[in-house]
Write a protein that binds this ligand. Structure first.
Ligand code: NAG
Ligand code: NAG
Ligand code: NAG
Ligand code: NAG
Ligand code: NAG
Ligand code: NAG
Ligand code: NAG
Ligand code: NAG
Ligand code: NAG
Ligand code: NAG
Length: 390
């Protein structure tokens, strides 16, 4: 017994001297990449510092805070913030993180990966910036271009107040996640940058994207196969190819999406607004989709369903489209066809158009509607969608 007390006394006396760094971090539980050797001058490679800081934060007990400090620029070639972690992590992503040019790129398909985590919060506090340096990739059409920010197998995820720009491909991809909220995310890439989706969601449930601004060269948001219960609220899209469901059914696959709720969104100068695209030969469904309270400014195709995306065969199967509501679209368009419901021979059903007012941006401009195999109800809508069948 006495020996034990003596041992405890000695240990408590010497331990602050044997590991002062450990003492500091465990007291504070804050892991700053600068403490792990990051330079933050935008030129030195800070990849190792990011990885080491992550390991410490992840392996801590209880709550831990990982800090990428503001007013600095970190060059990182590839980083994997993956679990499982012992700690519940708050990630203060306040500095600027930049990717190298194409030649020095180390990542294969994803640059920053966040995976296998429960309950992580990533907050840029309105300062954090992620720059994918994509311009060095965009003109390489046969390259496998990487995604900037990839979330895989994350539950109860919160990402907020961040700017993400210039991705070689999609800016944010969300795969096999259940429960994620993205808010105040600003995405910015030129209209001409190829395949630069804002968000690309697949095989995920209970996802919310809100209060965000997306300028992209492809879909602002693409909701792909295996995604259910996705809300998009108060998002501005444009330039971009719209907030899209699909494409579904590529390579004759079975893919389904349901319970999608897009509301209070604005499309400004985008190619599409509300788009559903499915590919002939595929199977599965797109159903229970609501777009409502949508402001349009100079949108080319405000409402479009295209079931013949890519292929043009009549006899083969198609992904079914059922129960789609377009309510409260208001504003201007610049294309020819304001409402285009172009369904395959198996048809689209239970389409509801309610309280919409879509007019040509150009005074006296022509407004066409088009329906093929489209069934549903129209109420109080301009232009008149006379072509929708019961
Ligand atoms: C923890 O350390 C960080 C520096 O990495 C510092 O900014 C912060 O104020 C510290 N927090 C506490 C509670 O001591
Ligand atoms: C990231 O780490 C996880 C877990 O160790 C691993 O499964 C995954 O393949 C890694 N991803 C990348 C892109 O390196
Ligand atoms: C992008 O990559 C190029 C080529 O390596 C480099 O010169 C430039 O500094 C990078 N841009 C940014 C914003 O880091
Ligand atoms: C939202 O993000 C912007 C920058 O994209 C920033 O100016 C603003 O402060 C952020 N809001 C909050 C609450 O952090
Ligand atoms: C949806 O995700 C949120 C966190 O983003 C979580 O609080 C909620 O419990 C989840 N709901 C379901 C039904 O999974
Ligand atoms: C989507 O919005 C509906 C209606 O407000 C709400 O009941 C549901 O919980 C929301 N889901 C997510 C994932 O935010
Ligand atoms: C899809 O199936 C059709 C026959 O139904 C076949 O002709 C076609 O090659 C298939 N396409 C792909 C991409 O597998
Ligand atoms: C959507 O906008 C309407 C009208 O501006 C407003 O009354 C409503 O509260 C908003 N809803 C959401 C979820 O933002
Ligand atoms: C309808 O879809 C078919 C097949 O993709 C296409 O050829 C046609 O141009 C479309 N019509 C309209 C008005 O978009
Ligand atoms: C449609 O937009 C116009 C112009 O912004 C506005 O004056 C009008 O009140 C809006 N109508 C509805 C029903 O929201």
């Amino acid at each position: 017994m006495q020996g034990f007390i003596a041992y405890v006394l000695i240990l408590s006396f010497i331990s602050p001297y044997i590991c002062p760094t450990l003492e500091y971090v465990t007291e504070n539980n804050t892991y700053n990449v600068m403490q792990y050797g990051a330079i933050g001058d935008g030129k030195s490679d800070d990849t190792q510092a990011f990885s080491s800081a992550w390991s410490s934060a992840c392996n801590a007990e209880g709550m831990s805070t990982l800090v990428i400090p503001s007013k600095k620029s970190f060059l990182v070639t590839k980083v994997n913030f993956s679990g499982p972690c012992d700690a519940k992590i708050l990630f203060q992503f306040e500095g600027k993180t930049v990717a190298p040019g194409k030649e020095e790129w180390k990542a294969e398909s994803h640059w920053i990966t966040v995976g296998y985590l429960n309950g992580i919060t990533i907050d840029g506090n309105g300062l954090g910036e992620i720059d994918g340096n994509g311009s060095t990739w965009w003109d390489c059409s046969n390259c496998v271009r990487p995604v900037v920010f990839h979330f895989h197998s994350c539950n109860d995820l919160t990402v907020s107040n961040l700017m993400i720009s210039n991705s070689p491909r999609a800016h944010v991809s969300v795969n096999q996640c259940n429960g994620a909220t993205f808010s105040n995310i600003s995405i910015d890439s030129p209209a001409t940058s190829p395949n630069t989706d804002g968000f690309d969601i697949s095989s995920s449930t209970n996802i919310s994207i809100q209060d965000s601004n997306i300028k992209a060269g492809d879909d602002c948001i693409a909701i792909n196969g295996g995604s259910f219960f996705v809300n998009v609220t108060r998002v501005t899209c444009g330039p971009g190819h719209g907030i899209s469901v699909g494409s579904l059914g590529k390579f004759n696959s079975t893919e389904s999406v349901s319970d999608i709720y897009v509301r209070n969104c604005t499309f400004m100068g985008s190619t599409n607004g509300a788009r559903i695209k499915t590919i002939l030969g595929g199977s599965g469904y797109a159903k229970n989709i609501i777009y409502e309270q949508i402001i349009l400014e100079n949108v080319k195709n405000p409402i479009i369903i295209n079931q013949d995306y890519h292929y043009n065969l009549e006899e083969v199967s198609s992904v079914s489209v059922n129960s789609v509501t377009y309510r409260g679209f208001n504003g201007t368009f610049v294309g020819n066809v304001a409402i285009n419901l172009n369904c395959s021979s198996s048809g689209c059903f239970n389409i509801l158009l309610d309280k919409n007012n879509i007019v040509a941006a150009k005074e006296g401009g022509k407004t066409f509607v088009f329906c093929r195999n489209a069934h549903g109800t129209v109420r109080d809508t301009i232009p008149n969608v006379y072509c929708l069948s019961e």
